[in-house]
Design a protein around this ligand. Sequence first.
Ligand code: CA
Length: 400
Amino acid sequence: MTKRYGGILGVLAGTAFFFACSGAEAEKTQPATGNISYADAFPGIKFTRPVLLLEVPGMPETFVVLEQPGTVQIVARNDTSWNKSRFADVEVTGGRSGGDERGLLGFAFHPEYRTNRKYYFFYVHNSANILAEGLADTTLLKDSGTPLRILLSIPDPYANHNGGTIGFGPKDGFLYVGTGDGGSAGDPKGNGQDKNALLGKMLRIDVDARENGKPYGIPKDNPFVDGGAPEVWAYGLRNPWKWDFDSVTGDLWVGDVGQNRLEEISIIEKGGNYGWKIWEGDQCYPRGGTDCALSGHKPPVFTYGRDAEGGISVTGGIFYRGDSSSPYHESYLFGDYGTNNVWSVKKNGQAKVLPKSPEISISSFGKDSRGRVYIMGVGDDVIYRMDGLDGASAAVGGRK
Ligand SMILES: [Ca+2]
């Protein structure tokens, strides 16, 4: 079952690929190509704990930026400078300091936003993970004040591991919602492998339908409609903090945060089991265990460990399509919250180590309709643009 919202859909790229099953071995990880640098993307504009950047549909150089303590900002070019204005405030719990994973976490525009003005956001409030629908005013740059429609309110027992990224599938038009395993450590509730739980999952719902007393519909081809929670699209995730679609193939690339040992990048497929908490990355969990047979476990595309070359907590990123001449053409770009290391990886597991970001405690990557890439962190008030991904000089991407 698919639902399309117009626009030009790309052709599925014919790619034979294999998964790298033993992590970031030296031969699979290469140094950066080109001259990559980081520049203040919005000179003169500061943000409070930015965790997401999206371009407003149909409005180049006009962006939504989420601030984790609960503000949706708009930043837009005004001739030679940038202006910041407030789209909405959201009453959230937490997300105001340090490594607090709560607050305002996700945002997505309806595929028909320019005509129906609907938008969606994900946040933590009073020990629940909430997905809500709002309505913008006719400027498309401010909430209308219309009461919110709550679609999901998932009780969540611990403050950490709240997932939070949401996005509409580029090929099916359904809303995908990434949830954490609940939190604490070691998934004490066993949510990851429980197909009846909405935590530790990638969910997929139809925001335009109302079925069975729920404020949304279930796509008919969701994999567990006959055994499990019907909202579940894939399971065995620990904390899919950030993920992104390849808009051409529809591939869903996720960074799933590890427990003690391995951070992983995976491509989420329908019904897939990503292993947690029987597997951590491509290894048995707990470490040293040998009883981790799990039929159908989908191994990661890439993993990295806990050291200076790796990090402590993966921040999934964006899928960079780029021009075919770019060394990063069709790569997933991601980084580490603790070390500010940045990588690219292709579907065959080949990775490159990019120059470290500024010391920002990386929270998110972003991209726009011009192919530019952004990076931000909760330890800095500046959003940076990554220049040079097209393989040309670092001067590329300056103001025009
Ligand atoms: Ca939690």
